[in-house]
Structures are given as C-alpha cells and as structure tokens.
Design a protein around this ligand. Sequence first.
Ligand code: HOZ
Length: 426
Amino acid sequence: MKTDKSERLFKEAVEKIPGGVNSPVRAFQAVGKNPRFIERAEKQYIYDVDGNQYVDYIGSWGPMILGHKNEQVQAAVQEAIEKGLSFGAATEIEVEMAKLICDIVPAIEMVRMVNSGTEAVMSAIRVARGYTGRNKVLKFEGCYHGHADAMLVKAGSGVMTSGVPDSAGVPAGCAEDTLTAIYNNLESVEKLFAENKGEVACLIVEPVAANMGVVEPQEGFLQGLRDICTREGALLIFDEVITGFRLQLEGASGYFGVTPDLITYGKIIGGGMPVGAYGGRKDVMQVVSPVGAVYQAGTLSGNPVAMHAGITQLRILKEHPEIYSKINENGEKLRAGLRELIEKYQIPCVVNGIGSLSCMFFTKEPVVDYESAKTSDTVMFGKYFNHMLNRGHYLAPSQFEAIFLSVAHTEEDIRRYLGDVEEFFE
Ligand code: HOZ
C-alpha cells in the first residue's frame, strides 16, 4: 500500500499542528503508525491522498449513519449555501429542527442547538447546576463527555488511549466538584450520593459507554440511575453523542425505556456538519437565557447550513425505519462472526456491542467497566489494527473506541472483515 503522500503531509503537519492532528483520536500513535490523510469519502468508503480505498468503520465517529455523501444531505447543503452561510439570527429551519427533535424523542420538550457534543455537555451541566442550585457532578470512569474541564476526570476516548487519566491544565477547583463512579455499579453511585448528600446537581452517563471501547449497560443499571437521581433530587443526563438517533430513532432513552431529565447530542444531528444540542424537560430548559438566568450562547448555534444537513438526515432516518433493521442486523452478524472465530481459534478476546456499535477487546475478562476495559492487550490491538488497515479496513486507531456501521455497509463488507480477522487469528 503506497503511503508516501500521507507520510509527507504528516511530516509537515507535526511542524505546525500539535501531534500533526486537530483531535488526538486521529493520531495513530497508539498503533505505532502515522495517520492516513483522507481526501474524500463515498458510501461506506474513504480514500486517502495516496489513492487507497478503505471500508470506513469510523464514519466521522458516528454521524455518517447514512454512509458518506448521501445525495439528499449533499443537495440540502448545496441549496442552503445558495442563501448564505451564517446569519447569527433566528431562522425557520431552527424551528423545524427543534420541532422534529421534540417530536422524535419523548424525553425532549425543549432543545437548544450548539456546535459540538463538548459544548452540549458543558451547557447541560451548567443548566443542571443552575436548576438545582448545587455544584457537584457525578460521572463514570471511562465515559467521555467531551473536553470541558469538569469532564476530563478519568475520561475515556483519547484520554484513555493516552494513558493519562486526568488532563493537565484543569484547575483543581474545576475537577473537585466532579465525582467518579464505576460504570455498571450502582453501589458506587449510592456511596457517592451518600457522601455528598444534597450536593449533587446531576449525574451524566453514556447510556451505552462507547469511549472505553463499547460497554453495554447491565440490566437495571440505567433504571437504577434514574431512581437514585429522582430520590436525591439530582438531574439525570444521558450523553447521547454516540447513541442518539443510532441505537434506534429515539436513541438510548427510547431503546432502554428510561427517561432522563436532559439529553446531550453531538455530530449526528448535523449529518456530518459541526452540530450539537441539549434538551429535555421544559421546566429545566427554561432556566436557559434569555428566559432564565443560565447563560449560554453561540453565533454559529443553529447555523443554517448545518441545520439543513442535519434535518435532512434526521428526516431520512425517521422515514426509513428499515435503516435501523439493516445496521443492527449487520452489527449482530459482525459480533456473532467474531465470537465464532474467537471460539474456533481459542483467542483471548471478548466482543461487546449493541446495534450498530461493536468492539473487540483483547482480554479474557468480561469487559463491564473502565478497569476491565484496561485489561485489554493494547499491543495486540495495534497488531490487529495494522493487519486490518493493510487489508483496507479503516478502524479507529485505539482499543478504546467503537466500530460504527452505516446503512451503506453491506453483508459482503462484514464477510470480508471476518475473513481478514480469521487470517489475523491464524
Ligand atoms: N467521541 C469521539 C471519539 N470517541 C470524539 C472524536 C474526537 O475526539 O475527535
């Protein structure tokens, strides 16, 4: 596989961009390589600057659920561009978007657009603090909620990949109000609430953890969180940056039948454009300025081009429930195939996943939380990653991320994937 141009670009990049990348998860450091520079993408494929084609299992970290370059989304963007790029003023499309989200997700009565998942989480936490008049926030080890100060404590994703659980540059004061519990462990949550009686503003959770690899919530875990929050007067926030409009149209709150007080969303709402949103109970959302006293703002929030892309994608998802059957069935086939191979070759691996999100850990232990996820052999993951990359499968360059399927992925893609895993195991 020719990679000269990517290598050359990386040399130039590291001189001017920290680590040569604009987000750490794009670096291939953890798998002992330099990143491939991507030129274009179409359907389930992405192409690098050296002309190599890969089946893309990242999908821009989730939003490309329809595959790349969906014709309707592209056309909506082109049409929107003709009218101007940004107004910094109220538009009709924002109203349409808000109505559509409230219509799809029963837990959301009001919603505010922002520009990223990080911003959505930052804002939702401020809202929870403003609403409850409390300061403390409870999160889970290994869950990633973007890079706001208060959330960079035992975080997943790139923070976990780097092996440095707490970021430098976060003042102790910001982190001291963040409590961390163990995922899938209600006792650890109860203990923190008991130790901080009447002080916890909110509990934020990825309903399916997908930033320490993929870790599903065990039976009763999410409902348990709901019950504890209700009892303790704290708000429950589902961070659905990854699960929103993916697990099923209504996201994780619909899938698990647990209603949070607030939900945060990221890129999937923009169909590939930079978008995030947070929303939930009306009485809670009404603390947001200019109605209430919690300030949150943004010139590009509800940007018309991003709204046109996002609303088109959400409408397609709403009108075509068969999309979910297809991506979820392919996810099942992928996981079943991997488990068969693990059994056949007696490899110490476990496969986690749900719907179109999957992950293979190189460990014998069941992976149910941050500590068990960390037992995975990351050196072996690096070998597997490189084997797959050389055969045209573009995976996240870290053990602690998910495999994302889109509706463009075919059964043949899954068969090829499994064939190349078998070769690796052999
Ligand atoms: N949640 C994404 C990866 N797990 C974020 C992507 C990024 O940090 O660039």
